[in-house]
Design a protein around this ligand. Structure first.
Ligand SMILES: [Zn+2]
Length: 224
């Protein structure tokens, strides 16, 4: 029975690596699949992992209709056993519904990968629809770590070194021409997310004699 599976985790938990591994495993068993991603760090139409692996992938713009794309591909004589869908948090709710329909009506497995919540701790619309519709939601076991060593559960946006909790939901990290501020992301435990204490802030607090004790005995700052 085909399934819609949503593999979720924070940034840096190895989702894209697992997506590539899953594609490899299925191909090794003679199955044939299509790979999609959206706004991969390496650019358009490529699925890349931080470990250095990458493969060609379909770029999911808002006007992509998965149902039409798979019908067209299959009609051209290709077999489709599964879809790998990375960065699924960025898909539209309608696209997630198309994926569910592909599972139900065509018997094709859909393995989707994505982060659940944005830098404001709000669910991405694509992830929300995935959680609502998926046969299974699987939290990835490779755990990203906060600077304090705890399990990182939250994605923080850092602009010019300072953590922010307001702004547009989707801003891909990196400097953009004409845009003030270097946008980066950092994974944190909930405690440090709520305290707005990213690694740079923790380092500053640790080295400043003026800073009041910040409950640091509960969460010691690791030596540099
Ligand atoms: Zn922490």
């Amino acid at each position: 029975m085909a399934e819609l599976v949503f593999f979720s985790g924070t940034m840096d938990c190895g989702k894209s690596t697992l997506a590539l591994q899953m594609d490899h495993n299925h191909r090794a068993r003679g199955r044939s699949g299509l790979i999609y991603t959206k706004m991969d760090r390496m650019g358009e139409s490529v699925l890349s992992s931080r470990l250095g692996l990458s493969t060609d992938a379909g770029e999911v713009t808002d006007d992509v209709d998965f149902w039409d794309a798979v019908v067209e591909y299959a009609t051209a004589g290709h077999r489709v056993d599964y879809l790998i869908c990375d960065e699924a948090q960025f898909y539209t709710p309608g696209q997630v519904e198309q994926l569910a329909k592909i599972v139900d009506e065509m018997g094709i497995d859909v393995f989707a990968f994505g982060i659940t919540a944005d830098f404001r701790t709000q669910l991405f619309p694509g992830s929300r629809r995935m959680i609502e519709l998926a046969d299974r939601v699987q939290v990835l076991q490779v755990e990203a770590l906060c600077w304090c060593g705890r399990r990182a559960t939250h994605n923080a946006r850092v602009v010019d070194g300072v953590m922010v909790v307001e702004g547009e939901q989707v801003v891909v990290g990196d400097t953009k021409p004409g845009q003030a501020g270097l946008v980066e992301y950092e994974v944190l435990c909930r405690r440090h997310f709520m305290r707005r204490m990213n690694s740079a802030a923790a380092r500053a607090a640790a080295t400043s004699p003026d800073t009041l004790p910040f409950d640091l005995d509960l969460c010691p700052v690791p030596p540099c």
